[in-house]
Design a protein around this ligand. Structure first.
Ligand code: AHR
Length: 516
């Protein structure tokens, strides 16, 4: 009898414990803030890989799919809506095998080649320099070109810069004019090679730095076009590579060092699936995603040693989730679905970029369409926006806003002996004085009440609006038959009283609140 009573007590006690409202406390210093969240951390990446360009962005001018100069109009509209600030092209590993002269001139006369790196398919070069730069103009986005150092010459890279940006009289500018473009384009962001520790030539850090100095020297500034040259940086946590870049390359020759870091479910041998995963997989992926914070801290420390004035940017020009490809698709095409978990990962990593606004100035999620953590998927003339797209839509309010320092006290989300913060947060103040607070509840089982003390807030400030991305299941996703399962919705459970913001975050959700 006594034993049964004890069991009952434990059960009731346990039940009370699980349903108790979890709380997080945040202090946001609304009148402080030193660094701007560069809008360029919201950049994108389009490689000649799988169906990113061909069968994704590019359908050609004669397609029955509505297009502007050969690029799908539905995609252009979607990208304009989220105000994409820059677009990286043509790779990736493809960049170090790309010879730009193959992709200019009349399309039917362009060289055909095999894309040896990605899927062994024929690349007919119908999308080249003109098509890319014209697209950037339509999108009102800044091009970020990655030049070929791995298999290209100094001369080839130097001439590409000249062809695009020079207004002088020269064989290159005459060629551009013959190909229909009178005025030069403006291109600022210029990558000198990609992953040169691997697919971009298997170089040593020292060897790459030496080569960089030569290549970068001949990438000239023409007229008022000022190149922002970016060195190919380390693979994830390779601090030796970062040290050599900062030490061996004269700082006058570079404005940024790139870093690549992908998030996998367990490890590279067990990347996991994009949908149909367990809660353990959900936890592992997000836990690995949090590594981005310590990774940036480690690289920042090195950069601070050699560049205390923070002139050189950390450029995260490839990041995102990388899973097994969808069954039945070409393994070289890296096509994967995109679920609510990816939205949660994106919100968390963007909050981490905000936190490191002093150093991380450019970032490019991989990739834009139909590849890895894509914002957009297409199938024939159908197109859908993924949960990750909706986070980029929600977070666009942070573009170029001042990052507000925060102190966060959050419950933990634990799984099988490992724990991580259940809440991720960031805040900013834009040029009109609007404050935006972005919160992620990573816990898939518990709602969390988040109480924010908005220090220094004008007493007349009001809650304006809030929006949310959430769904029923951790792997809820959009399909061509049901494209709106996960989308951006208005959120009502947020209120502001006496400079205190309260947000009741549902389990597994991302919310952004606007205050003015
Ligand atoms: O984004 C896919 C590939 O990942 C890129 O081509 C390469 O740079 C990286 O290894």
């Amino acid at each position: 009898m006594k034993r049964n009573f004890l069991i009952l007590l434990l059960l009731v006690g346990g039940f009370t414990l699980t349903v108790a409202q979890q709380k997080a406390e945040i202090v946001i210093n609304t009148d402080k803030g030193e660094y701007q969240i560069s809008k360029h951390v919201y950049g994108h990446f389009s490689e000649h890989l799988g169906r990113c360009i061909y069968g994704g962005l590019w359908v050609g001018e004669d397609s029955h799919i509505p297009n502007i100069n050969g690029v799908r109009k539905d995609i252009i509209d979607a990208l304009k809506h989220i105000k994409i600030p820059n677009l990286r092209w043509p790779g990736g590993c493809f960049a170090d095998e790309y010879h730009w002269m193959d992709g200019i001139g009349p399309r039917d006369q362009r060289a055909k080649m095999v894309n040896t790196h990605w899927g062994g398919v024929v690349e007919d070069n119908s999308f080249g320099t003109h098509e890319f730069l014209d697209l950037c103009e339509v999108l009102e986005t800044e091009p970020y070109i990655c030049g070929n150092m791995g298999s290209g010459s100094v001369e080839e890279m130097s001439k590409w810069v000249e062809y695009i940006t020079s207004d002088n009289e020269s064989p290159m500018t005459n060629l551009r004019k013959e190909n229909g473009r009178e005025k030069p384009w403006k291109v600022r962001f210029w990558g000198v090679g990609n992953e040169n520790w691997g697919c971009g030539g298997n170089m040593t850090a020292e060897g790459y730095a030496e080569n960089y100095r030569r290549y970068a020297t001949y990438c000239r500034n023409y007229g008022d076009n000022r190149l922002y040259k970016i060195a190919g940086g380390p693979n994830s946590g390779d601090t030796h590579w970062m040290t050599v870049m900062m030490k061996n390359i004269p700082h006058g020759l570079m404005r940024g060092v790139s870093v690549h870091n992908y998030t996998v479910t367990n490890h590279w041998g067990d990347k996991g699936n994009a949908t149909g995963f367990t809660e353990d997989d959900y936890f592992s992926l997000l836990y690995n995603g949090f590594n981005m914070d310590s990774l940036i801290t480690r690289h920042s420390k090195i950069m601070d040693t050699y560049d205390p004035r923070k002139r050189i940017a950390m450029v995260f020009d490839e990041w995102g989730a990388w899973y097994n490809v969808e069954p039945g698709t070409n393994p070289g095409f890296l096509y994967q679905q995109n679920s609510l978990r990816d939205a949660i990962l994106a919100g968390t990593i963007l909050n981490i970029f905000h936190k490191h606004a002093d150093r991380v100035k450019i970032a490019n999620i991989a990739q834009l369409v139909n590849v890895l953590q894509a914002l957009i998927l297409t199938e024939g003339d159908k197109m859908l926006l993924t949960p990750t797209y909706h986070i980029f839509d929600m977070y666009k309010v942070h573009h170029d806003a001042t990052m507000l320092p925060i102190e966060l006290n959050t419950p933990l989300y634990s799984n099988k002996g490992r724990s991580m913060d259940a809440i991720s947060a960031s805040a900013s103040r834009d040029k009109d004085g609007k404050i935006h607070v972005s919160l992620v509840n990573l816990d898939p089982n518990n709602s969390i009440e988040v109480n924010c003390d908005l220090k220094g807030l004008d007493s007349k400030a009001k809650f304006v609006s809030a929006n949310i991305v959430t769904a029923d299941k951790i792997d809820s996703h959009n399909t061509f038959d049901n494209p709106n399962t996960v989308e951006l919705k208005e959120f009502k459970d947020a209120s502001l009283k006496n400079q205190k913001l309260q947000v009741k975050m549902p389990a597994k959700s991302v919310v952004t609140v606007e205050i003015l």
